[in-house]
Ligand binder design. Sequence first.
Ligand SMILES: [Zn+2]
Length: 388
Amino acid sequence: MTPDEMRALFVSWEDEMLALLERLVNIDSGTGHAEGIERIVDIIEPMLQELGLTTERRPSPVGPHLVAYGPRSPQVLLMGHIDTVFPPGTAAARPFRREGARAYGPGVIDMKSGIVSLLYVVKALARAGGLHRHVRIVVNADEEISSIHSRPVIYEQARLCRAAFVFEPAQSMETLTTSRKGVGDLTLAITGKAAHAGAAIEDGLSAIEELARKILALHALTDTKKGRSVNVGIVSGGTARNVVAERATARVDLRFATKADGEAVLEQIRAVCRPSHPGYRVELTGGITRPPLERTAGIAALFEHMREAGRAFGVEFTETSSGGVSDANLIADAGVPVIDSLGPVGGRAHSDQEYLEVPTMALRAAVAAWAIGRWLRQAAGVTADAAV
Ligand SMILES: [Zn+2]
């Protein structure tokens, strides 16, 4: 299939892609709303089965994760999530709507339009000589809570694949994401010694005072040049104005660009959190919750392939990095080259202003389908069957 034929195919599919998007947006599927997640799976699973893929529902406390795969190797992983951050009732309150070139509704860009793109990319690969038999698909139900339940499924499925493509939204028509920071989540709990603030202040050891010292030292570990940040986002402590505070706690967010720096900064945080006086007890819990998506040589090569493919459509792809995380972080940690943000362009995710730039959905999906097909033929040496 030529780039022009691929583009024409997606232009002919645009209306049905939008109709499917409308159906998906109008079903609430906030993380944990298992019934809504199941209704979405009920729609997309038969589409993949019709294409001849084997499907499996992997049960979890927050609803099923969907796995689908063709019979042939090598395989490429296509991935997306169906959960949103919106509670039940949101879809009824502000259903899918279109205004000019934009569409609105809960999850419209993060990432129900990406799910639609993924499904039609599989359909297009089927038309391009049965190449869909080389895909493996994971659609999870808990990305918005750090994929805590789907994590083993993602690692297991990624390791069966030679390359991976994640359909999270893009910042612009030309951007693809090749690196993302890792994340840590830590809790600092300090115990001092309570005393009357007027009558016996010298008997006390203020946990708040100790926490204040720790906060300054923690924030000093931020190094934006290294892509590293340490932020105390929540503090609490004390019981009354006239009491030397016995307890104080803080919640710490950590971002880092490389695995090595993640380990280094954790070590520094442990050093910072040693008590400044033997009377204090300082407890540090938590740790790294998502590894970084580091731009490996494999990812650079995969991006180079995407850039060449994009040119056939008049799109000059550039690489972006993001401070936010996605399942691409986990796929990269599994050792599989991954390109993220293959989905359409939009913005204001996680807000009621969330929008999709409608024309980008079909066009970016056409580029993705053609690029993935070309990768299978060229990089993986797959011979396509005669075009169906
Ligand atoms: Zn997302």
